[in-house]
Write a protein that binds this ligand. Structure first.
Ligand code: UDP
Length: 344
């Protein structure tokens, strides 16, 4: 199988390429990204063809690869809430416009698309567990600019679904629920305060800055270890007996539901017990901050976000294995290991 991964140096992309190269000797991957800092040894593998480039610029190369490949995985997107409120137009341009062009080419060349939707499309849905084919997708008013990402992704889902059900495209939409793991975001992004919560808290611990609980930290997420997520994604790519054809599939770990406050406590405790930090003279305090102060007026939070994974279990014969504490330990340790010599 020949696969095209756009955004292969991103969090999901680089974990996916490593797994493909380790497990699938007869798969070849063509990848593009703005950078290659997370790709490591993969760059030397003859089954991986990497080009440094921008999906907004290198359109000819992309079209050529779409023509050649069997499956296209467009992973390029802005996916950090801080960015949704800071630059909603950049989110729209990249997450919708650029991506819809890729989808149109997949339609033109009759290629299968495995597209990252997002748990964010369920928004403020009040269901205790979000179901792919039943739950309502609930967003706030226009002034709450946070929802631009959810809306862009929802419209992508609807466009892809529309092409798919009319026979113009074969697709699988997958919805990651707060995947975490090594190299989730760069610590430099976290230094600026613009990364996802787990990297943000790890960076605060390393910099001895306060850990901010937005509006008290009672909001909950289900943190999913990236290795579990990638296992599901591999099964989607394998697509045995076409089980994933034109399906939408949540990929998350409902057993790892945890409030942001509990998350802060877990990470701080793991950090304080880590051999490199056990003798530190002081540690970050955990403090409350209002959402208005932390994100600005355009923000609105999501209080619960729990997946139903019945569909993933049934279609993929998959379920997540890595618990909350272990997910955080593995993630924290990898950040500490990789940033030993860096002063942030
Ligand atoms: N959050 C927080 N402190 C921070 C960063 C994030 O309390 O320093 C909260 C944020 O308000 C949200 C949750 O953590 O409720 C998860 O945020 P993340 O950026 O990981 O993305 P989301 O899960 O909302 O897509």
């Amino acid at each position: 199988m020949k696969i095209l991964i756009l955004g292969v140096n991103g969090f999901i992309g680089h974990h996916l390429i490593n797994r493909i190269l380790a497990e699938k000797k007869d798969w070849t991957v063509y990848g593009m990204d703005l950078g290659s800092d997370r790709l490591g040894n993969a760059l030397h593998d003859p089954r991986f063809h990497f080009v440094e480039g921008d999906i907004g610029i290198n359109k000819e190369w992309i079209e050529l690869q779409i023509k050649k490949c069997d499956v296209v995985i467009p992973l390029v997107a802005i996916a950090t809430p801080k960015m949704y409120v800071e630059d909603p137009i950049a989110v729209y341009n990249l997450d919708f416009e650029m991506n819809v062009n890729i989808i149109k080419q997949c339609v033109k060349y009759h290629k299968r698309v495995v597209f990252p939707s997002t748990s964010e499309v369920y928004g403020a849905c009040s269901d205790p567990e979000f179901k792919e084919d039943e739950s309502y997708l609930v967003v706030g008013p226009i002034q709450k600019e946070r929802w631009i990402y959810s809306c862009c992704k929802q419209l992508m889902d609807r466009v892809i679904y529309g092409y798919g059900t009319r026979g113009h495209l074969e697709f699988t939409l997958f919805r990651p629920f707060n995947w975490v793991g090594p190299r989730l975001d760069s610590l430099y992004a976290a230094k600026e305060g613009s990364s996802r919560v787990v990297t943000q808290f790890i960076a605060e611990l390393l910099m001895r800055r306060p850990i901010n609980l937005v509006d008290g930290g009672m909001q909950k997420r289900c943190f999913t270890y990236v290795d579990d997520g990638i296992s599901a994604l591999m099964k989607i790519l394998e697509n045995k007996n076409d089980v994933c054809k034109n399906q939408i599939i949540n990929i998350g770990n409902p057993n790892n539901e945890c409030s942001v406050k509990e998350l802060a406590d877990i990470l701080k405790e793991l950090f304080m017990k880590h051999p490199d930090h056990i003798n530190d003279p002081s540690y970050s305090e955990i403090v409350d901050v209002s959402a208005d102060n932390y994100y600005g007026k355009g923000y609105q939070d999501i209080y619960t976000r729990k997946p139903s994974i019945e569909k993933a279990k049934k279609l993929l014969q998959w379920e997540p294995k890595i618990g909350m504490e272990e997910s955080m330990r593995l993630t924290l340790n990898s950040f500490l290991e990789e940033n030993k010599d860096i002063s942030i």
